[in-house]
Each structure stands twice: as C-alpha cells, then as structure tokens.
Design a protein around this ligand. Structure first.
Ligand code: HEM
Length: 533
C-alpha cells in the first residue's frame, strides 16, 4: 500500500487528531464528547476496502476490475456511468432519508464504489468534514458542474473554467485577486444595493393582488433583485430588471433573466443521471449552450465597454478607485488578469451567486412569515437601528435560515493526498461528499434542530473544532464562498426594506428545498405582503 505523503502525516500526527472513533454513530452524538486522541499508530490503519458501504455496488465494482478494457474506454465509461451517475443520483434524491439510512447501516463515513470505478466517500458528521480542511493542502479540488466546464473549455475554447471549477495555482491566483477586489468594492456598494431593494419593495406593491398576495411567479421577482444587485456590483450600473411596470419580453434584462434561470435549470438536468451529453448534443446540453452563450455575450459587451472606459480614464489621467470604478474595471486592472479570465469569472459568479442569493431570500422570507414572533422582533430592531452592521438580530435570522436551508446543500472535494479518515486509509483521487444540509439539522449539533430559532445564535459562541458552526452554508476551508460579507450586506439590506414596510405572511403548504445541486424552493412563494401603516 502506498504510504501517505510526509506533509500529510505531519499535519495529521504532529498536531493531535480530533476524532470520535469511539462514538457509536447510531447513538445520539454529543459535540461535547468529541475526544482528542493521540497519534494513531500507522499499523492500525484500516484499508480503504474495509470502509463500510453498500455491497451490491461493491460487487459490480469487483466485476469491473476483471473486465479488460483500454484506458480510453475505461475513462469514457467512468465519465458517463460511473461516479458521476451516483453523485447525480445523490443530488437529485431527497437526500436526508438516504443519509440517515446510510448512517444507520454503515456509520459516519460510507464508501460508495461506482460500478465502473470512481469511488467516493460520504461524510455524515460535520467534524470529519472540518478535519478534512486541515489536510487538503493549498489547492483543494472540487469536482462538479462538468457541463459548465465543458461549455467553457470545449465550446468556447477558453483557457480556464472559472473560479468555481478551476483548480491548482491558477485557481488560487484568481481567487486571491477576486477576494481582494471584492473586499475593496463591497463597502461602496451600499447605495446600489439599497436602490435595488427599494425598487423591489415598490415592485411588490405593484404585483400583489387585492388580498395582498404576490403571484405564483414571485421567485422570478427575487431573481430580478439578485441580478440587479449583481449587475450593480460588476458593472456599477443599473440594468432595470425591477422596472415597476415589468419587463418587455424583447428587452435585454428579460433575455438575461431568462438565460440565468434557463442555464441553471439546464445544468441541473445535465449533471443528473447518465451524462449522455458528453457524447451527443442532448436537448439539455443545447439549452445550456444557448443560455450560457447569451450570458457570455452580455458580459463580453460590458467587458469591452469597461476596457474603453479604462482607456479614457487613463487618457484623462483620472485615477481608478473603488469609489468610481466597478468590480469589473478593478479586476481588469489587476496584473496578469486577461479579459477572458474576467469573463469566465463573472459568468460563474452570476450562475452561482444569483441562484444562491435568490434561494437564500426565498427561505428567509418563508421562515420569517411562518414565525411571526421572530418577525416582530426583527421589525423592532429595524425600527430602532438604522445601521445594518449593528443589526445583531438580523444577522442571526440570516444564519438560522441558512442553517435550515442551504442554497448549496452538498459539497465535494477530491483528495489531493492519501488521507487517513477515521482510521481508514483513503487514497488520493477519491471524491469526498460533504453534507452540510444534514449537519445543519442534526439534533446532536443544534437543540430543536428543525425549528427556526434565531435566538440560539445570540447565546454561546457555537463552535466546533474552533470553527463557527454557522459557517458551513458557505462551505469550508480554502474553497469556502468568498462572497459572504457581500451576501450578508445584500440580505440584510433587502430584509430591512421589506420588513420595515410589510408584514409578511404565508398561508399554504410547507415549502421545502429541492436539494438539487443548486437548490430551489419546491413550491410557489405565495407570500402575502401587508402594509404596516
Ligand atoms: C446566500 C448566498 C450564498 C451562499 C449560501 C453561497 C455558498 C457557497 C458555497 C457552499 C460554496 C462552495 C464552498 C465549498 O465548496 O466549500 C460557494 C462557493 C463560491 N461562491 Fe458562494 N454562496 C452565496 C453567494 C455567492 C455570491 C453572491 C457569489 C458571487 C458574487 C458567490 C460566488 C461563489 C464562488 C465564485 C465560489 C467558488 C469559490 C472557490 O471555489 O474558490 N457566492 N458558495
């Protein structure tokens, strides 16, 4: 057996390893019982084959190992039918019962072998996921959105896939530049975001019916708000998504809105099930290309304009500062950043960001409308405090809503080192599935876990292995979401405008998350917005 590399061994053993190998997974698991155990003797490693998992799939894998195929055939079958298929299945299914069954039958870590190769390990406890961030090296790898990657690299022949999909030093360099630029720009975004929020509030007044209820298509109104915020951030201008009278079908904003929702729907379908689009152009693949192309051209147009405006600023010897420039312009000025990599970055940020933001707003409104006491308390805070940064209760409402419904319910990492996970020796290249949607509702971590109780965040500092528990909706480690402070500013700005003006109610069936790769509400958002005065 190949030995773990020395740097990993050092990380794992020079620091003590936090583990809970003695804890029965089926029993109630108590965070306080996390045990710090001393060095593990390498002779006690258990082989990866001993990690529990469903045996029928394992049997198929054994068959696979005796069928001789060329490497190319192996790769194409693996790509089309292997781990991707199972991973898609996992995304699509209502995962919670599946995970609970896995934990009951196999324990805290479960190995699933694709029938044609491509093993992955499902991590059912949060502390294993957190420990993983200590060993996944400087360039953690995420493996997903293969369809979007194919669009960028093969269809468009771009050099890089973008910050969500990229790996290695290229990813790190771009991520650092994006983080720096966001950090400088976000403090100057207040007015743009506030204006979008005010327009949204007016739009609600315009679209609600005589019973103060908004139409079944309300989610698309939230999409418009998210897009307006994102356009403001990227291009420092309004695009007009939230026009009071609505969008004409042939307008540019209507096209961008339809492409944003269309591309997400197409990606979801492409990533689920057998990846036939890798071999032939399926209708889902064609839709993805159509919508992503439209977004690409809209962004490209703005990149050209920004280049021109930077040229003029230079000619006029006008300095470019975060106060007078957009995120796009600031990024274009960074050394070694090509317009093409800016383009891919913005496209990804729109696809990931707009979708996540929309989902977060939908569920925050839903949770507040189902919990009038909480909404009352929030209203009181908004009425007495003007400064968003000082609204503590607002912050915990956002935390609590994201705990219950994550916009990105499952994450993954491909191991960059041979790694010891709960004494099992797991080879590098294995995909690890991390399950924040399960951690968020675990009774063992959160008392009355299924209840929306923002107050819980006001008491003790809830930490696990030194990490705030609330951070997992944004992922973890070096690849966690870098837009968190932007998101918190946008969400609190919107909620303060809405709740100041309206009391929000909801009178229909429970709304759940579809829990697909990029999640969405599974019902129409038929909220009632009642004027407060
Ligand atoms: C409520 C809103 C949001 C939530 C809950 C959220 C959550 C996440 C999560 C869970 C990840 C994956 C982290 C991991 O694998 O550990 C992620 C990554 C990412 N998010 Fe967000 N996100 C949100 C909004 C945004 C916005 C508004 C943007 C763009 C402005 C954005 C851009 C990205 C990008 C580019 C990545 C990839 C980062 C990397 O791999 O280095 N997200 N986000």
């Amino acid at each position: 057996m190949e030995k773990p590399n020395s740097s990993l061994t050092e990380v794992a053993f020079s620091n003590e390893v936090v583990s809970h190998t003695n804890v029965e997974v089926n029993s109630i698991y108590d965070v306080a019982s996390l045990k710090t155990i001393p060095r593990i003797d390498p002779s006690q490693y258990l082989s990866f084959d001993m990690m529990p998992g469903p045996t029928s799939v394992r049997f198929c894998a054994k068959l696979w190992s005796i069928i001789p195929l060329t490497q190319n055939q192996e790769q194409s079958i693996k790509d089309t039918l292997g781990a991707d298929y199972l991973y898609g299945y996992l995304n699509w299914y209502n995962n919670i019962p599946l995970f609970k069954r896995m934990a009951r039958d196999y324990g805290a870590v479960v190995r699933i072998q694709g029938p044609f190769g491509g093993d992955f390990v499902v991590m059912l406890l949060m502390d294993d996921a957190i420990n993983l961030t200590q060993t996944d090296g400087p360039y953690p790898i995420r493996s997903c959105l293969h369809s979007l990657q194919q669009f960028r690299l093969k269809n468009k022949q771009y050099q890089h896939a973008g910050p969500f999909l990229n790996c290695g030093s290229e990813w790190k360099k771009m991520r650092t530049l994006i983080e720096e630029t966001l950090h400088n720009i976000v403090p100057h975004q207040g007015t743009i975001v506030r204006n979008a929020c005010k327009e949204f509030v007016q739009r609600i007044a315009h679209i609600r019916n005589r019973r103060d209820e908004v139409p079944l298509t309300f989610e698309s109104e939230i999409y418009k708000w998210s897009l307006e915020c994102m356009w403001g951030l990227f291009f420092n201008k309004r695009c007009g998504f939230l026009k009071t009278g609505g969008l004409s079908e042939s307008s540019e904003p209507a096209g961008i809105l339809s492409a944003t929702t269309g591309v997400i729907a197409a990606i979801r379908r492409c990533e689920f099930g057998v990846l036939v689009w890798k071999l032939v152009g399926t209708p889902n693949w064609k839709n993805l290309v159509k919508h992503a192309d439209l977004l690409d051209s809209a962004i490209k147009k703005n990149v050209c304009k920004a280049q021109e405006s930077l040229r003029q600023m230079k000619q006029n010897e006008k300095g470019v500062t975060p106060e007078n420039a957009s995120f796009l312009e600031m990024l274009l000025l960074k050394e070694g950043v090509s317009p093409e990599s800016v383009l891919t970055t913005l496209l990804e940020m729109i696809i990931i960001g707009v979708n996540s933001l929309t989902h977060a707003v939908s569920f925050l409104l839903y949770h507040l409308s189902c919990n009038p006491n909480v909404q009352r308390k929030l209203y009181k805070e908004i009425s007495t405090e003007q400064d968003l940064n000082k609204m503590q209760f607002m912050k915990v409402c956002i935390n609590e809503s994201l705990r219950l419904k994550q916009p990105i319910p499952l994450l993954n990492r491909v191991l960059t080192n041979n790694t010891v996970i709960r004494n099992y020796y797991v080879p590098k290249g294995t995909t690890i599935v991390i399950t924040p949607q399960l951690y968020g509702i675990k009774q063992e971590y959160f008392e009355n876990a299924l209840r929306f109780k923002p107050d819980r965040w006001l008491h003790d500092e809830m930490k696990l292995n030194g990490y705030p528990l609330s951070s997992l909706p944004y992922g973890l480690g070096g690849r966690a979401c870098f837009a968190r402070s932007l998101v918190e500013m946008q969400l609190s700005s919107l909620m303060s405008e809405i709740i100041r003006k309206y009391r929000v109610e909801y009178h229909y069936g429970e709304i759940n998350s579809t829990n697909t790769m990029l999640a969405a509400p599974n019902r129409s958002l038929r909220f009632t917005f009642i004027d407060r005065e």
